[in-house]
Design a protein around this ligand. Structure first.
Ligand code: ZN
Length: 169
């Protein structure tokens, strides 16, 4: 997981689907971590991560990230089935879920925060562990988290102000 940077993606996506509550979009960006907690609860994921025992298969592998993104995208489009934007809602929500993987791929292995972090797997078994490892440095963590969050928030606020101006203009 990256922290606030995920929420920033949700905030920034709000203008794409104005009718969808931004809270849902933010929830979508954390879906893979929520799944991780659920799988941890039933013993499929291991924490603290130990060397050789950090699979992340069910929630953070590229394969499962695609599966979950499609699944939640379809679910969102079904929940929004009365909207004429249902297709767009589904696509945007699916992208929110998948954006988590992209950010995690950029930031893992985040050894600045978890020394045993090895990266995220492509699939199950002995599939390669990947990640650009941006979060090997604590400075980068803070700059990206705060900067990313403020950027997402700025997009959201500018969009809201413009929309209000249109309503009253
Ligand atoms: Zn994560």
């Amino acid at each position: 997981m990256a922290g606030l940077a995920h929420a920033a993606v949700g905030l920034a996506a709000k203008p794409l689907v104005p009718k969808v509550n931004v809270g849902w979009l933010i929830l979508g960006t954390y879906m893979l971590d929520i799944l991780w907690i659920a799988f941890w609860g039933v013993g499929l994921e291991i924490w603290p991560a130990k060397p050789g025992a950090h699979p992340l298969w069910w929630d953070h592998s590229l394969l499962m990230a695609v599966v979950w993104s499609v699944f939640f995208g379809l679910l969102a489009s079904w929940l929004g089935r009365r909207s004429r934007y249902r297709t767009r809602i589904g696509i945007v929500f699916g992208l929110m879920v998948f954006s988590h993987w992209v950010l995690d791929w950029i930031t893992h292995p985040m050894t600045a925060l978890a020394s045993h972090d090895t990266g995220i797997p492509l699939a199950f078994g002995n599939s390669p562990l990947v990640g650009l490892g941006f979060y090997r440095s604590l400075t980068v963590v803070w700059v990206t988290e705060i900067g990313g969050f403020l950027a997402g928030l700025a997009i959201y606020i500018v969009w809201r102000v413009r929309r209000k101006a249109q309503e009253f203009g």
